[in-house]
Design a protein around this ligand. Structure first.
Ligand code: 0X9
Ligand code: ZN
Length: 414
């Protein structure tokens, strides 16, 4: 009987076509020198190797590969003297564990007639339902604005929190990259603190407005729940190719496509043109039309970074002192919670070059004076995405950082 049920579940899983990562491994190199990073760079254009942490001098790279390719990867890394170690034995097991935890928590909530808890990962529909609930429960301060529609027709809904006119505002978005699931819980936690728990945070709403786009890439995010846990891009087709999707964080109209356009199949394909994706177009249109937004934050994972412009050049932006001051203050607040320390700096200087990113666009074209990407922690040895048990500690440290951000919202765009 038990076997029958297992078989049924397995058949159902494969019928639904959820991509199996069984046997996929993540390898970590030793800390790279400049020369090592250059030697490793050509491997980045090989689609069979997923660089979860890209090569850069002074840090270790992390690369995921399927069981067939991991042997080739390991041999190459050994040949280059990069001393590969396995940091995730089997990605598939972690994904299965995550799915069964969610199913278990859902079943409990159903049994006890509770709404989904905010300390677990929520699907797009569950997030949308939460937004409706908050809007219904706090109509005086919450409004929901549909800023556009995704390629597959899902609404892009921004939650606006405000208790009066004439204020400047902070914008937060998460899961622009579909698989970075640790972002939405931190944004939902913030919404909850400013509604359900407003009594303890009143000053944060008295002083500013808040805009939240919890799911910036709803098609990609939904796909990570239904088909492929590690999908990153949007879900729009590419003419002449079977490879689907564009990296939305390369699709903004700011130095778009500079540095060369990778293959459509690559994880960082920037799209056929700037703002080819309805999701990035909607975000940019809304920010341009809403001059009260003077602080932009995009929540990503993973790696513990607070990044500010530029990503397209190592040159420093004109207001680097202010960008850095606020980021350092946020990092100090983070450190006081769990002892985590994030690397702070310009994206190109501390992470890597990237063109057409949202924070650079918001800073330069959107004229938003303070503009950041935060890369949240991963699961250490658990690899790419932290387990649900790290949602609560991550929420706690992010909340402290987001409060620092809110305390530093500029009065107006220059
Ligand atoms: O590559 C990205 O888009 C971001 N990292 S992620 O691992 N979440 O994909 C970083 C974007 C920050 N900007 C630059 N590095 N220029
Ligand atoms: Zn990302």
């Amino acid at each position: 009987m038990k076997f029958g049920v297992c078989l049924l579940l397995a058949l159902l899983g494969s019928a639904l076509g959820y991509k199996s990562y069984s046997g996929y491994q993540v390898l970590q190199t030793r800390v790279l020198t400049n020369e090592d990073a250059e030697l490793l760079a050509p491997f980045m254009s090989r689609p069979e190797f997923d660089f979860v942490i890209t090569p850069r001098a002074g840090r270790a790279a992390e690369i995921m590969a399927s069981p067939e390719n991991v042997v080739i990867l390991r041999n190459n890394l050994k040949r280059l003297n990069l001393e590969p170690t396995i940091i995730v034995e089997d990605v598939g097991i972690l994904i299965e564990k995550e799915r069964s935890e969610i199913a278990h928590k859902r079943a409990l909530e159903k049994k006890e007639g509770r709404a989904p808890a905010l300390d677990r990962f929520l699907s797009f529909d569950e997030i949308e339902a939460y937004i409706d609930e908050v809007a219904a429960a706090f109509p005086n301060i919450v409004s929901v604005i549909q800023i556009g529609t995704s390629y597959e027709g899902r609404p892009l809904r921004v939650v606006k929190l405000s208790n009066g006119p004439g204020k400047s505002a902070i914008w937060l978005d998460s899961v622009l990259h579909a698989r970075e699931w640790i972002g939405p819980p931190t944004v939902l936690y913030t919404i909850n603190e400013l509604t359900e728990n407003l009594a303890n945070n009143q000053a944060l709403l008295d002083a500013n407005d808040w805009y939240f786009l919890v799911v910036a890439n709803p098609d990609g995010y939904t796909f990570t729940w239904t088909d492929d846990r590690l999908w990153r891009k949007t879900r729009s087709p590419n003419a002449g190719s079977t490879c689907v999707g564009t990296d939305p964080n390369r699709n903004f109209d700011q130095h778009w496509g500079e540095g060369g356009i990778p293959s459509v199949c690559d994880l960082t394909f920037p799209g056929s043109a700037p703002f080819s994706e309805p999701e990035t177009k909607a975000i940019s249109d809304f920010i341009l039309a809403t001059p009260s937004i003077t602080f932009y934050l995009s929540v990503h994972s993973y790696g513990k970074y607070i990044l500010y412009p530029w990503g397209h050049t190592t040159a420093l932006p004109p207001t680097v002192a202010e960008l850095d001051r606020v980021a350092q203050e946020a990092n100090n607040a983070i450190q006081s919670v769990n002892g985590n320390s994030y690397t702070v700096g310009t994206a190109a200087n501390v992470l890597y070059f990237a063109y057409g990113t949202s924070h650079d666009w918001a800073y330069e074209q959107g004229n938003v004076p303070l503009s950041y990407t935060i890369e949240l922690p991963g699961g250490g040895l658990a690899g790419f995405n932290p387990p649900a048990s790290l949602i609560a500690p991550t929420n706690a440290e992010c909340w402290e950082a987001y409060k620092v951000f809110a305390a530093n919202i500029p009065a107006a765009r220059p």
